[in-house]
Design a protein. Sequence first.
Length: 441
Amino acid sequence: MGPLPAGHPRRQRRDARSRCLVDGCPPVWKKALRDQRPQPAQIATTNEGAHPIPIKGVNPTGSRVGAGREARQNANTKRNAILDSRIRRDLPVLSKLDPVTHSDEKIVGHSAALRSVLEQVAIIAKADSVTLIQGETGTGKEVIARAIHEQSYRSRGPFVTLNCAAIPGALLESELFGHERGAFTGAVTQTKGRFQQADGGTLFLDEIGDLPLELQPKLLRALQEQEFERLGSAHTIRVDVRVVAATNQDLAQLVSARQFRADLYYRLNVIPIYLPPLRERTEDIPELAEHFVRKYATRLGKPMESVPEEVLEFLKYHDWPGNIRELQNFIERAVVMSQTSVLRPPLAELKQMRRKTPAESDTRTFAEAERDHILAVLNQTGWLIGGRGGAAAALGLPRTTLVYKMKRLGIETRKAYKRPQLLSPLPVARREMAAAMAGAL
């Protein structure tokens, strides 16, 4: 087959493609050149000479293009110029941001405890091993997990999260591994699980201690082999996922109580990180408070000044059992309720905070005071930890958090005993009457 003649439509389209590659014009030639014939550019003669007058739909080479192509090119050029100017403007600011770039949460603080954690994060991020983050509720475990992801080579991949305590056990397998259509009632479509969604990135499993026991072998296989089957399918799916797990429970104690598989615990505990509570990094409280004030003042459109020194003193000597989350909620509430540019939390709420004097802090550590308080409550409840009348309910803490605190503070669990109760007078009278009647007989 010989070369196509000069006026053949196929040759015109081929030449147009070549010009697009050379000139860098947008790839819109398909629609523009379909069933079109070339037209010469019109020339207008003026006193200064001949100048080409572009006609709508005709480019200077004489080949017809789409009617809106020139407008689209101009719009793209303007948009690219705007984006380029914004990038040049924001580049100095972007270079100073912390590594957590895909979340509103920031790592704030310069305490020695936090610096130690961040040093571990920088080392761990270079590896690809399973990581277990341990810490109390509200200490920022997800923020640390995201920092590990952002500093790793998987940072361009997805960061997928799953709270194992927030999903019923019957649906957790489907959330983790996906399901096929018709696998169970209501499964009308095929659905990818979190493992498959996180392929090429990081999967963060929060509250891993609440994972049902019957689902743990399948998770163990997914961690070891990087493969699994969807619910209702026999087809094996292979993925490339790094898993970062977190818990506020003592998994070793759960293993001893046969509530968590030992092999899964050893597989998760390859690289452990302990995240200290806020009461162990009190020097970070002023900086955290200032950060949250700026955050919520900007969100609410309020011109807030810095936090007064007397308020910072109250915040610094509070125990913060809810850790950073409790402090964040307190600052948000104070910003919402403030009527002036100065942060003024409600006086009654400040008085409710247990405030220590520096002299008390010198003679008695936070850990010692907390240990004595927990022991006193345990003695009052007959060493009953859970339940309505247990120590956890009296302290306002989840049972798992109290157990974790007891082990960290060196408080050994004891067998709960029933506290002696006074007999009501009515049963006593009935027993005396029955004894008298028996003696009469």
